[in-house]
Design a protein around this ligand. Structure first.
Ligand code: COA
Length: 360
């Protein structure tokens, strides 16, 4: 080693070069096989099919098989999205999974998914509940343009059935399971408009996991070392749920969504430099059909613009709701490739994100 004094402050960094613009290249989805109609839910909560349809718009939901995991569902949706995008997993620079129902604090689900896809790219989870997918699209857009990844896989996935108290009248009928995914990559023209996002943490108690993990210790014994994380956990004795449940103050959330989210959607339209008449689709978070209808009214959305109503058969799948609704509309040829869609996610935190995207 030289003893010469090193000159300080002269090192120069090279900046990563990203793409000028980014767009969604393809969207995919996975819906578990089992269809659960309202009639299977109502008895335990002294409700009725009519009440649930009228108050929420939900007719049925998909529920994952007991052994089916968040990673399994992510993999199916991811493969579908990669196929739709015409991209190989080896081209991915990053994988993000938006979820609140991967039942391990660590490791994240994304590296396990990356391994299943045969990739060693950057991989991490984001916790932004029902806004998670729209948060992910915003991050992916910045990553592609900032040069930290050429192609990014964004997955929204939930196995909410593990976290639902089927004796709770306020939430037993709301949630469903599923996964949606998108591949974001470089583009010649803008394909993802500016994201309007934020949080309203003052209202954190209106939707939350009821017990922290630290107060939930009914395991029969220590988990075996190296337990298979990508397999479903063993049942806990003494209760009929394996994990803490998610609770919700339905009316407060309803009011916040109805009055607070239309202005956020409106700002996303304005920041994208378009007017509402330029939209070819409206894909809001599938939380409640009445919330969707109230937003349409407040936005004065023209009647001929297709609106996602996947909630009827899918219920609220949190982070998976927007990509699953998009996948359905694409599959059923309801929305034009190359057209503009306004998407908005909102939920626990409370957090929200909206952006206008070019439909892949
Ligand atoms: N079945 C039958 N009756 C029910 C019921 C059920 N599952 N749950 C509540 N009720 C009754 C109540 O007891 C009440 O009766 P009352 O008028 O005699 O007192 C009545 O129905 C209305 O209850 P309320 O809680 O005001 O219902 P609501 O119209 O607010 O609908 C939700 C409940 C959950 C559908 C609605 O609040 C909602 O969708 N909230 C937002 C949920 C959401 O979006 N969550 C996720 C955000 S990401």
């Amino acid at each position: 080693m030289s003893n010469r004094p090193r000159p300080k402050g002269t090192g120069k960094l090279v900046q990563a070069d990203g793409a000028r613009h980014a767009r969604i290249w393809g969207v995919g989805g996975y819906r578990p096989e089992r269809v659960v109609p309202n009639s299977e839910i109502v008895e335990r909560i002294d409700s009725s099919d009519e009440w649930i349809r009228e108050r929420s718009g939900i007719v049925s939901r998909r529920i994952a098989a007991p052994g089916e995991t968040v990673v399994d569902m992510s993999e199916a949706a991811a493969r579908d999205a990669l196929r739709a995008a015409g991209i190989d997993a080896s081209q991915l620079g990053a994988i993000m999974i938006a979820t609140v129902t991967h039942p391990y604090q660590t490791p994240a689900a994304a590296p396990i998914l990356a391994n299943r896809l045969g990739s060693t790219c950057a991989a991490f989870d984001i916790s932004a509940a029902c806004a998670g997918y729209c948060y992910g699209i915003s991050l992916a857009n910045d990553m592609v343009r900032g040069g930290s990844a050429e192609y990014v896989l964004v997955v929204g996935v939930e196995k909410l059935s593990d976290f639902t108290d089927y004796d709770d009248r306020g939430s037993a009928f709301i949630f469903g399971d599923g996964a949606g995914a998108a591949v974001v990559g470089p583009s010649d023209s803008p394909g993802i408009g500016p994201t309007i996002w934020g949080s309203d943490g003052e209202k954190w108690q209106t939707i939350s996991q009821r017990e922290p993990w630290t107060q939930f210790h009914t395991w029969d014994g220590p988990a075996p070392a190296g337990a298979a994380i990508d397999q479903a956990p063993a049942a806990v004795s003494g209760i009929d749920r394996d994990w803490p449940a998610i609770g919700m103050a339905g009316q407060s959330v309803f009011r916040w969504a109805v009055w607070g989210m239309a202005p956020v959607a409106q700002q996303a339209i304005e920041k994208a430099g378009i007017t509402i008449d330029d939209l070819d689709a409206f894909i809001p978070h599938q939380a409640n059909m009445r919330i969707i209808d109230a937003m349409i009214k407040q936005l004065k959305l023209p009647a001929d613009i297709p609106v996602a109503r996947d909630i009827a058969e899918t219920a609220n799948t949190s982070a998976a709701s927007v990509p699953l609704a998009t996948e359905r509309m694409l599959r059923q040829h309801e929305i034009p490739s190359g057209g503009l869609a306004l998407q908005i996610g909102f939920g626990a935190g409370l957090v929200y994100a909206a952006q206008v995207i070019v439909i892949p």
